[in-house]
Design a protein around this ligand. Structure first.
Ligand SMILES: [Zn+2]
Length: 273
C-alpha cells in the first residue's frame, strides 16, 4: 500500500515488512509528495534493505545488530540527501550558495534530529515507569506532562487532567513499540554517515557529504547489514565505523557550523527553563 485508499479506513502510520523470505518485502504508507514523506520513504526502505541483506541468515539472526541499527539505516542514507544530491537527481534547479544556506539547511535538520533527543528519551522512560509501577494509573497523564516539561521544556496549552490520556496520541504507546531504538538510531546514523563518508573519500564538511554512487561505501554498509544479529552489535559497529562504542561526536561534527552560529547568536543568553 503506497497511497491512502479512497474506499476504506486504514492505519496510515508508515511501516516496512518482510513477508517470509524470497525477497518479498513491502512498505505500507499513505505517501504524499512532500519533503517529510521523502524522508519517511528513505527510513522505511532502510528497513526493507536490511531485511533483504540478512535474508540468507538463519531465522533467529534475521534482525538488526540492535534495534537502533534497524531504525538508523534509512536515516543514514537520508543524511546523503544534500542540496547537491537533490540537484543531481533533478529535484532542485541549483545548489543554493549563500552565506546562510548551510546554516539554514543544518538548522532544519537540527530541529528534526537534535530536538528529537529529549522526546526520544522520555517515551520509554514513561513506558518503563508505567511497567514497573512507579507511575500509577491515576498519574498517567500528570507523569507524562512532568517528563515533557522536564526534558523538553514544554507544557500543555490547555489544562489537562487524568480524564485525558495524552501519551495515547503517540502512535508507539498504544501500539506498544519500544522507543529507545529511535534515540539510539539518531546517534548511530551520524556515526555511520561519518564512517561511510571517509570510505567514500569525501573531503570537506560532513554535512556536505553524499555517499550516493560510492560502491565502496555501499559495500561496507551492505556487508554490515548482511551480518544481521549473528554478532554482538559492537562488532557490527566495528565493521562499519571501525569503532565499537556509540559516539555522538559524529553528530557534533555534522552540526559544527550551526553550533558556531548559534553560540554567537546566543552569546549572553541564559539557556534552560
Ligand atoms: Zn522504522
Amino acid at each position: 500500500m503506497i497511497t491512502k485508499p479512497r474506499d476504506r479506513e486504514v492505519v496510515c502510520h508508515a511501516s516496512a515488512w518482510e513477508m517470509g523470505g524470497e525477497g518479498d518485502v513491502r512498505i505500507k504508507m499513505c505517501t504524499k509528495v512532500t519533503g517529510e514523506d521523502f524522508f519517511t520513504v528513505h527510513h522505511e526502505l532502510g528497513h526493507v534493505y536490511y531485511y533483504l541483506m540478512y535474508e540468507g541468515m538463519p531465522p533467529l539472526f534475521q534482525q538488526g545488530a540492535n534495534d537502533g541499527f534497524h531504525e538508523g539505516i534509512g536515516d543514514t542514507l537520508m543524511l546523503s540527501v544534500t542540496p547537491k544530491y537533490l540537484v543531481d537527481i533533478g529535484l532542485f534547479d541549483k545548489v543554493p550558495n549563500t552565506a546562510k544556506s548551510d546554516v539554514n539547511f543544518l538548522m532544519k535538520r537540527a530541529l528534526d534530529k537534535v530536538a528529537f533527543f529529549p522526546f526520544g528519551k522520555l517515551i520509554d522512560q514513561w513506558r518503563w515507569e508505567v511497567f514497573d509501577g512507579r507511575i500509577k494509573p491515576e498519574q498517567y497523564n500528570a507523569a507524562w506532562w512532568k517528563l515533557r516539561t522536564e526534558y523538553q521544556g514544554i507544557a500543555a496549552p490547555v489544562e489537562r487532567t487524568e480524564a485525558d490520556f495524552d501519551p495515547g496520541a503517540k502512535y508507539h504507546i498504544p501500539n506498544n513499540t519500544p522507543y529507545l531504538r529511535y534515540f539510539l538510531a539518531t546517534v548511530l546514523q551520524f556515526q555511520f554517515h561519518r564512517a561511510l563518508c571517509q570510505t567514500a573519500g569525501h573531503e570537506g564538511s560532513l554535512n556536505s557529504c553524499s555517499i550516493a554512487g560510492s560502491k565502496a561505501a555501499g559495500k561496507k554498509l551492505a556487508d554490515m547489514m548482511r551480518m544481521g544479529s549473528t554478532r554482538p552489535w559492537p562488532e557490527a559497529l566495528q565493521a562499519i565505523a571501525g569503532e565499537d562504542k556509540m559516539d555522538a561526536t559524529a553528530m557534533l561534527d555534522y552540526f559544527a557550523p550551526l553550533a558556531k552560529f548559534l553560540d554567537e547568536q546566543n552569546a549572553g543568553q541564559i539557556c534552560g527553563w
